[in-house]
Design a protein around this ligand. Structure first.
Ligand SMILES: NC(=O)c1ccc[n+]([C@@H]2O[C@H](COP(=O)([O-])OP(=O)(O)OC[C@H]3O[C@@H](n4cnc5c(N)ncnc54)[C@H](O)[C@@H]3O)[C@@H](O)[C@H]2O)c1
Length: 355
């Protein structure tokens, strides 16, 4: 039984990782999260009562705070997901992305290295630092036959992807220079339950239910490769427990879709599941509104996930169709979760919980 420290575990993917580890394994989880606007303790409610679960509210830029956590919890592994993650926010205000994604990763690596150096040899060699990154570090693809592989050169386009690329380089340098046993994964776009409603799919679902415009950037023809978040969580656990130190694994769902088709899929599912539409709305897809494109918007992402499939035996369980249906159904069944995000009370509740 291992103890896994998960940074960013109150976020979208980190909370899926924490829920997966507690419900599907016998390991323990320590979530370390600053609780920015993207952190939500309600996403951890299904596992927060487990005696294998602990939560620490700490900024990964806070070295002293991190040192205290390593001394108290003595983790066997670290899965690093804490990050500023929204491209639009990185365009409006890049500073937080440089601080958390680059300085925070550096501070965490140093705290981990300090802790790792104190371990006995057997624990030291079994220790893992798993850095969770994005396919956006590779820039974008223009031909329809191209895919990102683990050796695709980095060419990030946005402050978000540039800051993630910087953090990936730091992690590899800490392996090469200090021997820290690290692994890196680069994943395509995730979707699924507990996704903050600033991102395309939850935004589209909630706006459609409210009869509001469904904004689509530019011509809507940008292609993303979509992966259901629970498939990603399973892949990450597979990598941290069985991956080879020093390796990079690309993770993707082979689900390339144009943004406009993703929005139309949500509309079609809502036509079926919620036929009674808001007043004045004849068809959900009539709400689609094209808006000025995002600066530097990448054209196409597509992941070649052959390595993780071949070497670690991971494949996604959900197709785009099954995953999207589950996602829309989840938002319909969990109004309390997103209502608290929309009205801001999830942050008030958090303050209440922390006393
Ligand atoms: N969402 C995707 O489609 C996707 C795809 C590939 C990779 N990733 C990567 O996966 C990771 C998780 O993404 P997500 O979508 O769950 O993000 P998210 O924004 O939903 O969650 C990020 C979490 O990190 C926490 N956090 C932010 N700054 C922090 C700090 N300084 N100290 C401690 N905690 C802090 C937030 O409170 C939040 O809980 C990120 O590293 C992201 O780059 C995301």
């Amino acid at each position: 039984m291992k103890k896994i420290l998960v940074t960013g575990g109150a976020g979208f993917i980190g909370s899926a990782v924490a829920r997966y580890i507690i419900s599907e394994t016998t390991d323990s989880v320590v979530v370390v999260d600053k609780l920015t606007y993207a952190g939500n303790l309600a996403s951890l409610a299904p596992v927060s009562q487990s005696d294998r679960f602990a939560f620490e509210q700490v900024d990964i830029c806070d070295r002293q705070g991190l040192d205290g956590i390593f001394a108290r919890h003595q983790p066997d592994m670290v899965m690093h997901l804490a990050a500023e993650s929204h491209v639009d926010r990185s365009i409006d205000g890049p500073a937080a992305f440089i601080e958390t994604n680059i300085l925070g990763t550096y501070t965490l690596l140093e705290a981990v290295r300090g802790w790792w150096n104190t371990l006995a040899d057997d624990k030291k060699s079994a220790f893992r630092f798993h850095h969770i990154s994005t396919d956006e570090v590779y820039g974008d693809l223009h031909g329809s036959d191209d895919f990102f592989t683990e050796t695709t050169p980095y060419a990030p386009s946005s402050p978000y992807s540039a800051s993630k690329a910087g953090s990936d380089h730091l992690v590899r340098a800490w392996l090469r220079t200090y021997g820290l046993p690290t692994l890196v994964t680069n994943c395509s776009n995730n979707y699924g339950p507990y996704h903050f409603p600033e991102k395309l799919i939850p935004l589209t679902i909630l706006n459609a239910l409210a009869g509001k415009a469904l904004p689509v950037y530019g011509n809507g023809q940008q292609v993303r490769d979509w992966l259901y978040v629970e498939d990603h969580a399973r892949a990450l656990y597979r990598v941290v427990t069985t991956g080879v130190v020093g390796e990079t694994y690309n993770i993707g769902g082979h689900n390339e879709r144009q943004n406009i088709d993703v929005v139309r899929t949500v509309c079609a599912l809502l036509e079926e599941l919620v036929p009674q539409k808001p007043e004045g709305v004849a068809r959900y897809q009539d709400l689609i509104t094209y808006v000025t494109d995002r600066p530097g918007h990448d054209v196409r992402y597509a992941i070649d996930a052959a390595k993780i499939e071949r070497e670690l035996g991971w494949t996604p369980e959900e197709t785009f169709e099954t995953g999207m249906r589950k996602t829309v159904q989840w938002y319909l069944a969990n109004q309390a979760w997103w209502q608290q995000v929309l009205d801001g009370s999830y942050q008030g509740e958090r303050l209440g919980l922390k006393g």
